[in-house]
Design a protein around this ligand. Structure first.
Ligand SMILES: [Ca+2]
Ligand SMILES: [Ca+2]
Ligand SMILES: [Ca+2]
Ligand SMILES: [Ca+2]
Length: 331
């Protein structure tokens, strides 16, 4: 009796210990980061504007200055342009300059600015400038002509031209709001009640997981067509990459409209169960989660399988199906 009680107690102790171990390992799992960088970080360079250092510097990943433009007057914003030049906003010099790699000014806009705070080179080659104490945002072309101007009721700090052609502007003083205006200056969206809103970015969302539709039971050597469809929350065009589950991956497709079906064909050469996985990427390079579809490719003659099953039944129960035995010539 004593031994029995002891055995029960030991069992309970073991059970409690394993529960604790499970809980402990679960909490360790939770502490583990979702993704971890493996190996060394890729080399990169960073452009930095130093308002009190009166310079813009480019540093490599080890922090070494690899390029600089000194003797500026309170630079507050800098952008590296596609042509390799650098666009710099000099707050105290009341100008926006574009300098080449040698530091020579190749373009500038300086007429009538009063405390410029941000500049962006637009896709059309023009430059968008926030002109703080003139309460305006302007767009100037390469010949320094103002092609668009918006007078504001607050002091602007940051502006961005959006994909839809509208402009996102932060007003950080008096009005304390972020507004999206169309080309006519009409406010189409705003967020008010802020406290010194100095910068805003319209966030890009990745596409959703593509849906995959098509045959889920097929034969080897036969071509099947599948349709893929992913929507992008921002309505961006998307392209697709398909992994057919048999170590073959498609090329990235051309971009198509968000939510537009595209079709691709595939042939599996060996029997098996394959997971088709598809991912979509939007025009900004954001990739969404994968969509999957499981496809079973049995033998070319599915009747073989049934026959084998039948055969095995006969082996176990030889007298069960006399007529079948007769028909199959197994008598
Ligand atoms: Ca900028
Ligand atoms: Ca900006
Ligand atoms: Ca911004
Ligand atoms: Ca998007």
């Amino acid at each position: 009796m004593k031994n029995k009680i002891l055995a029960i107690l030991v069992c309970m102790l073991v059970a409690i210990c394993s529960v604790f171990t499970a809980v402990a390992s679960t909490s360790v799992d939770k502490q583990r980061p979702v993704s971890q960088s493996s190996g060394s970080q890729q080399a990169h360079s960073t452009l930095i504007a130093e308002i009190y250092g009166n310079r813009v510097i480019e540093v490599d990943s080890s922090g070494t200055i690899v390029w600089q433009k000194a003797d500026l007057n309170m630079p507050v914003d800098a952008e590296r342009l596609a042509n390799g030049n650098t666009l710099i906003t000099e707050y105290q010099n009341n100008r926006v300059i574009e300098v080449d790699t040698g530091g020579t000014i190749v373009w500038q806009y300086a007429s009538g600015l009063y405390g410029p705070f941000d500049a962006e080179r637009l896709a059309n080659g023009n430059t968008l400038i926030t002109d703080t104490y003139n309460f305006r945002v302007i767009e100037v072309d390469s010949s320094s002509t103002i092609v668009w101007e918006l007078i504001l009721s607050g002091i602007p700090a940051d502006a961005e031209r959006l994909d839809n052609g509208n402009t996102l502007i932060t007003e950080f003083y008096y009005t304390n709001r972020v507004i999206e205006v169309d080309s006519s200056g009409t406010i189409v969206w705003q967020k008010t009640g802020l406290n010194g809103s100095t910068d805003a970015e319209r966030i890009n969302n990745p596409p959703n997981a593509p849906s995959i539709t098509g045959e889920t039971n097929g034969k080897t050597g036969k071509e099947y067509e599948y349709t893929f469809n992913a929507t992008d929350p921002d309505g961006d065009n998307v392209k697709y990459n398909i992994n057919w589950g048999d170590n073959t991956t498609s090329e990235w497709t051309e971009f198509s409209d968000s939510g537009e079906e595209i079709s691709l064909k595939h042939t599996w050469s060996e029997e098996g169960t394959y997971n088709i996985t598809a991912k979509a990427e939007d025009i900004h390079g954001a990739q969404g989660p994968e969509g999957t579809l499981t496809v079973t490719i049995p033998r070319n003659k599915p009747s073989n399988f049934n026959f084998n099953l039948f055969g095995r039944l006969f082996e176990r129960f030889p007298n069960l199906f006399p007529i079948s035995r007769y028909l199959l010539g197994l008598r």
